[in-house]
Design a binder for this molecule. Structure first.
Ligand SMILES: [Zn+2]
Length: 220
């Protein structure tokens, strides 16, 4: 009997991390289904990046739109009038409450439908602004909850969980897909060329610098 091909659903935002996860997944799984959530983010450029990256890698992409976060949350990613702030000992204004909880739940529903149990997300505990839904304990807990909820043994893969930004850049180089990062989107201002000054751009640039690799993304 022929083994069933291995498959996975990947949350693809069009950013550097999820794109690196896609390159990782392409080496690990036979079949990949990308899922992009259109949740009212101010910058349509993210969606365009996700579409382009999926197309370049011949990965089927599903875009799911939800107004949930626009209806119920206020933060700098969804509301133009809120400034990007990263205060000490408090969540940054870019934090979207429940985002990864909902995104991963949608991914699990989609995975169930596709008869796969693998879900991949680019969350990372190491270098980030302390988003609670990027932490390993949350992911482990949700993996258990989703498995109980759907009577399916889901596995949430987080290949970047313990990597620094520099290590993520190096991983992409090892995977032979560093050029793909040219098409990713990072800038909080939604600019292309990227602004090079916002916290997201600075974190990205720091990672490349520490890795000793040039970022192919155009900057102002
Ligand atoms: Zn920027």
């Amino acid at each position: 009997m022929k083994n069933k091909p291995s498959s996975a659903v990947i949350l693809l935002s069009g950013g550097q991390d999820s794109t690196t996860c896609l390159a990782w997944a392409m080496q690990k799984f036979d079949e990949i289904f990308a899922l992009t959530i259109h949740y009212g983010q101010l910058h349509k450029i993210e969606l365009e990046s996700a579409k382009k990256i999926a197309r370049l890698n011949k990965i089927p992409l599903k875009i799911y739109k939800t107004d949930l976060f626009k209806e119920f949350t206020k933060n700098a990613l969804l509301n133009k009038e809120i400034a990007i702030k990263i205060p000490k000992n408090k969540l940054p204004s870019t934090f979207v409450p429940g985002r990864n909880l909902i995104f991963l739940s949608i991914a699990a529903i989609y995975a169930k439908q596709l008869d796969t149990t693998n879900i991949i997300t680019g969350v990372c505990q190491t270098d980030y602004s302390g988003y609670p839904d990027c932490r390993d304990n949350f992911i482990k807990s949700l993996e258990k909850t989703l498995s109980l909820a759907m009577e399916t043994k889901f596995k949430i893969h987080t290949p970047l969980m313990w990597l620094t930004k520099a290590e993520t850049v190096k991983l992409m180089q090892q995977l032979g897909k560093i050029g793909l990062l040219k098409h990713t989107h990072t800038c909080y201002k939604g600019k292309r060329p990227a602004c090079g000054k916002c916290p997201a751009c600075l974190l990205r640039l720091k990672g490349f610098k520490e890795a000793g690799i040039k970022d192919s993304l155009p900057y102002k």
